[in-house]
Design a protein around this ligand. Structure first.
Ligand SMILES: C[S@@+](CC[C@H](N)C(=O)[O-])C[C@H]1O[C@@H](n2cnc3c(N)ncnc32)[C@H](O)[C@@H]1O
Length: 514
């Protein structure tokens, strides 16, 4: 039997009626992300995102309506008068909020013990919104976070939520669920979700958030990594794991929300090596991670080695989005823990990271997205790449299309590809750069507006093939016509173009017409 409360925080067994009452109050007040943004303005919203709450307090001064009360109490985590809370939460009431473990009462004030923030969602299932409860953030706590902190929805959470595949699926596993954001997102396309965490408090928040948003089918289980699901298999696994590399030296806090307690990047390595065992054949795992570069060895090769150590065959698509040197990495994570530059603890903490990296020969740290597919017999996809440009919108549908195209192509002969009818994707544009006065272009570039926003230099033959791919004639016929036009050997042109057509189909410049 679970204790009802731990550390005076979230109720680990939240009352469904209390959650429904809170939902009804938040809904009635119009407590949505856009409404809160409008309430204090775009610049103040950005300030709040940076942990600066004073501008928001000033914007709310003098307002007593329910939306302003909820923004102060639940968005900023500010103590608020009992009378205002009673007005803003007519169904739940102050006692209901206390019973859910989201606040306590001190004199005339209701003092929040957690945040509940609105979160917009937009995906293949449509537009929507959630309210997500999590621990008080740094600004509300007023200093460094406690190590058992349960994170709210951050940049990495939104990245993985956007990366999640959107095709309908049976069972999904979310490892390290935290406040449950990935589990909620997965449930939009999955029949059921198992959400795990080492933190009982995180699981309490996940249960509360599922009830608050009236989402069923999410089962919570306590335990480390794959332990709570030993012997089970899932069609999809998602994880924003605690991948942050942390020195194991005295005085360096080990935050549960970002640090799995292992050395270096061992937690991500363990995840990659072992996830195949819980993937059903054909299943896909999606995770974020860090990987180290050692004395000039390529970090992506390190991930490649982890994939090769999986006991089940895994196809892999790994995208490195960012690479930081030891100093930039150390400063990022010291600041993330609430220790500001200039404070006495800052320099010793940064030095602890630098010493750890120097001792272990770490010269840089990569961050990116890992997509693994349990292959039937032998892996056919081993794609390790760096894509650092800005990405517009959620990548999930794009990843799904790429994996779908790759699956289709992996059993497709060149003769079958000849017979396929293709269409250029609607977000692709072509730019031709000419030396002034020259009739022929010096450079032809294809550019994607969606997906990873890739840009690609192509030769006239491939540009012609892409330009003629309008869903009418098959590839083989187009290649023969282009060979005629360019007066080159058709067989040689076909041998040159088909592998590149496959690449354009994977990367989403071209699509199969049927
Ligand atoms: C970066 S947070 C991710 C939270 C949430 N899924 C998200 O996307 O925002 C990592 C989570 O992993 C949990 N965790 C830490 N060590 C773990 C382990 N060994 N096994 C499973 N979960 C772990 C932490 O408690 C935390 O909730």
């Amino acid at each position: 039997m679970r204790p009802a409360r731990l550390n005076g925080g979230v109720n680990l067994d939240p009352d469904p009626r209390g959650c429904a009452a809170l939902r009804s109050d938040l809904d009635a007040a119009g407590y949505r992300a856009a409404a809160v943004r409008d309430l204090w303005g775009a610049m103040v919203d950005t300030a709040v995102g940076h942990g600066l709450t004073e501008p928001a307090h000033r914007a709310l001064a003098g307002r007593t309506d329910a939306l302003a009360t909820l923004a102060a109490l639940l968005f900023l985590g500010s103590p608020t008068s009992r009378a205002r809370v009673a007005d803003a939460l007519p169904s739940l009431g102050e006692q209901g909020l206390v019973d859910l473990g989201l606040a306590h009462v001190e004199g005339d004030l209701v003092v929040p013990d957690a945040l509940v923030r609105p979160q917009d969602i937009s995906d293949a299932a449509g537009e929507g919104h959630w309210w997500i409860a999590s621990d008080l953030d740094e600004a509300a706590v007023g200093g460094p976070l406690p190590t058992g902190h349960v994170l709210g929805v951050g940049g990495a959470s939104l990245t993985l939520a956007g990366l999640q595949l959107t095709a309908p699926v049976g069972r999904v596993l979310d490892i390290g669920t935290g406040c449950g954001i990935q589990a909620l997102r997965a449930r939009r396309s999955a029949d059921t979700v198992v959400a795990t965490d080492v933190s009982e408090r995180a699981l309490g928040f996940t249960r509360l958030n599922a009830l608050l948003n009236d989402v069923d089918g999410i089962e919570t289980r306590a335990g480390s990594l794959f332990e709570p699901v030993a012997g089970e298999q899932f069609e999809r696994v998602v994880s924003n794991p605690p991948f942050v590399i942390t020195p194991r030296s005295e005085g360096v806090p080990a935050y549960e929300y970002r640090d799995g307690g292992m050395a270096g990047d061992d937690l991500v390595a363990a995840f990659v090596r072992r996830v195949g065992a819980v993937l059903a054949p054909g299943g896909v795992a999606q995770l974020l991670g860090n990987w180290e570069y050692h004395d000039g060895d390529d970090g992506l090769d390190r991930v490649r080695a982890w994939v090769a150590q999986s006991p089940v065959p895994l196809d892999a698509w790994v995208v490195e989005r960012e690479q930081l040197d030891p100093l930039a990495y150390a400063e990022l994570w010291v600041r993330d823990g609430g220790t500001a530059p200039g404070s006495p603890a800052y320099a010793p903490l940064v030095q602890a990271w630098l010493d750890d990296f120097a001792e272990r020969g770490v010269t840089a740290v990569g961050f990116g997205y890992i997509t693994l597919h349990r292959a039937h017999v032998i892996p056919t996809l081993a794609r390790y790449e760096r894509i650092t440009g800005t990405i517009a919108g959620a990548l999930g549908p794009h990843l799904g299309d790429a994996l779908g195209a790759w699956q289709r192509m992996s059993s497709m002969t060149d003769a079958e590809l000849d017979a396929a009818v293709l269409r250029v994707a609607p977000d692709v544009t072509e730019a031709r750069h000419h030396v002034p006065g020259a009739p022929d272009p010096q450079v032809i570039e294809l550019r994607q507006g969606a997906g990873f926003g890739r840009a690609l230099e192509v030769d006239p033959a491939l540009a012609a093939l892409v330009g003629a791919s309008d869903g009418d004639l098959p590839v083989g016929v187009l290649v023969a016509a282009i060979a005629d036009l360019l007066e080159v050997d058709a067989g040689a042109l076909r041998a040159d173009l088909l592998p590149r057509v496959r690449e354009l189909l994977f990367t989403g410049f071209l699509r199969f017409e049927d």
